[in-house]
Design a protein around this ligand. Structure first.
Ligand code: PAF
Length: 291
């Protein structure tokens, strides 16, 4: 029996909670909570999952196994809030989209085993206590800090739910490229992922964005497919889904745009690549979310 702490109660937090055998104790750490427990139902399958509900002030046990399932812009602050409760040999799994937050946390928490996950699982909450596992995908996990090792992770994370990656960098970039095309465009055109390739006007816009991303990809020390083929592949596979950014924007929540297009624009600047289309996307989504 292990104690598993999970920061957050969003779709990814619940999905990971559902992977653990019932003999383990789940502890959900939330910003505010008056309840003693946090329960949800997972669909399809109608499984009920229950855990303790904690805040940073009610966490007791030293935290040994931690999953950080907040959005990218909240992740480091949420971890800083509970860092005094981390056991010396704590293992920390980061689930954030985009790039930047994993590297920041890796630097600040170098003395711990920190891992990052890049997921193709599709999940959303239809209400605060219902998780819908809409699309079965894969979780690719690799090390962010030196202490992070596959053997250590397997001691607590169910092996059937992840694929170990010896080099996480290309995996995180691949997902970043996909997110930087799909997510902002679905907000701007207010559409499902599939419509990006079905509507010619949007597809043309997508091509302009991908051209700049391909220039950036050429500067990286590993080879990935072209941005357009990466993005269109995912648009086809997830045609009926609304992207996570679209869902955040719809619910008036802040989006992860700074960790997606923001990171892309910074990387282009580093390599002196002009990226007017990606800059425009970043500005448009920032403006839309401020209204
Ligand atoms: O952020 C998302 O929604 C997903 O990562 C993706 C791959 C764009 C599919 O919707």
């Amino acid at each position: 029996m292990l104690d598993i702490h999970i920061l957050g109660t969003g779709a990814m937090a619940c999905l990971w909670a559902s992977y653990f055998p019932t003999r383990h104790n789940l502890h959900f750490i939330q910003r505010h909570s008056k309840a003693a427990s946090f329960d949800f139902e997972k669909k399809p399958g109608n499984t009920f999952i229950s855990g303790h509900s904690l805040t940073k002030d009610t966490v007791r046990a030293p935290i040994k196994h931690l999953i950080v399932a907040t959005k990218a812009f909240d992740a480091k602050a949420a971890l800083d809030n509970i860092h005094q409760h981390l056991a010396q040999d704590a293992q920390i799994l980061l689930l954030q989209n985009g790039m930047g937050s994993q590297q920041l946390i890796g630097q600040a928490y170098e003395q711990y085993a920190v891992y990052a996950c890049s997921s193709t699982e599709g999940a959303y909450k239809s209400d605060p206590h219902t998780l819908v596992h809409a699309g079965i995908g894969q979780n690719h996990i690799g090390a962010i800090t030196q202490l992070a090792k596959n053997e250590k992770l397997r001691q607590w994370l169910p092996a059937e739910h992840f694929i170990w990656q010896a080099d996480m960098e290309p995996i995180l970039w691949r997902k970043l490229i996909i997110n930087s095309v799909i997510n902002p465009l679905t907000v701007i055109y207010q559409c499902r992922n599939g419509e990006l390739i079905q509507q010619e006007k949007i597809r043309q816009h997508m091509l302009l964005i991908c051209k700049e991303l391909d220039e950036l990809l050429e500067k990286l020390p590993f080879k990935l497919d072209s941005a357009y083929s990466l993005a269109t592949g995912v648009c086809q596979l997830t045609a009926n889904n609304y992207s996570s950014m679209y869902q955040d924007w719809q619910k008036n929540r802040p989006t992860e745009i700074d960790f997606i297009s923001g990171f892309i624009v910074q990387a282009c600047q580093k390599y002196s690549i002009a990226c007017p289309q990606n800059k425009k996307l970043l500005a448009q989504v920032r403006q839309l979310q401020s209204h």
